[in-house]
Design a protein around this ligand. Sequence first.
Ligand code: HEC
Ligand code: HEC
Length: 337
Amino acid sequence: MLNFHKDHRNLVNVALLVFVLLSMGVAVMPASEMEHNAPLPGMPEMTPAERRGLAVYVSENCGACHTQQVRNIEMDKMWGTRPSIPSDYHYSKQRMDVWRQSPSLLGSERTGPDLTNVGQRQPGEQWHLLHLYDPRMVVKGSIMPRYGWLFEETAHPAKDAVIVPVPKERLRDTAHVVVAKQEALDLVAYLIALKQTPLPDGTPPPGWLPTPGRKEAEATVDNTSGLPDGAEIFKGTCQACHQADAMGLAGAFPPLAGSAIVNDTDPSLMISIVLGGYDARPEFGAMPAQAEQLTDAQIAAVVSYVRGNFGNEATAVTEEDVRTLRSTVAPQTMLMP
Ligand code: HEC
Ligand code: HEC
């Protein structure tokens, strides 16, 4: 019946039918399914600054080295509390403008860490600015390129300029300061907003697939105190700013080694600083609150670890000490700077 040699009309019609079916299957249906990809309840809409920051992220091609996808395999557990789901990308999937499609941020190359939850891990604006100005100032031996063109060295900063605490010896002239350009501020606003939204109550999170041949790593627990491993928490949370040797960075982050606050016999101030953040002195940046990131046991562990290491000789603290203080730390000081 379908003799394509003799009936060219049939040939065209069948080709057309195949074309239409394929288009439906591989383009139209997936696209319309994406339309139903609603934001999670409680998911904050992107602010204009964050959206501009997303454009900087795309134009600087940060995605060449950074992914934004927590895969459902166990080795990705360190990048988020659950595997990523389509709704996570709801707001970032709006078109850039009339001419450009929504960017693909999932990435395929993980030369640097996954950034899905970086705002949770690293909420400090100043840290991000220093890191973009020169990653090696805050992470020794980092291979991330510096993004110096997002900053400006000037002798006459505007009144409302955001000054980045770059050490004087790095500047062309000691009378200069480094000012973050709007692009840098937008990019950092975007990075700090990168947080996984919790699933609505009762929704089971997608499961994790075990890595073949690998037993699930158990969280290390210190046998003597029963608390989590303070050294691990220090590495994961505090070291980025206070540095691996706890000597801090002049002009940005104070040393914890030999600090009077750390060595105080009364640990209350130190615990409150970790819970609620700290911005007491103009010569240093602001420390972001950790109350949302760390549990009482984790804070007790890391505070005890810092008090007993780096040449510090103060006593350990208990989970109870942290619990008591958590309820007294004023909520407004818990807001992230
Ligand atoms: C050549 C690869 C490369 C490029 C390009 C790159 N990064 Fe990185 N990035 C890294 C590496 C490696 C690290 C880990 C070492 C460090 O923290 O500096 C990192 C770390 C980070 C971190 C800290 C993550 C964490 O978990 O602590 C952030 C934030 C970040 N990069 C943002 C960016 C942004 C924004 C851009 C684009 C402007 C960018 N990166 C471009 C390689 C890269
Ligand atoms: C984003 C950077 C950042 C991170 C992460 C960070 N801090 Fe801080 N921290 C600071 C800054 C900045 C200050 C100084 C604030 C000021 O004095 O204005 C500070 C001050 C402190 C102080 C007071 C020290 C003194 O002598 O004045 C203690 C104690 C402290 N931090 C402990 C910690 C611990 C423990 C952690 C990890 C759980 C941590 N910090 C994580 C930036 C950070």
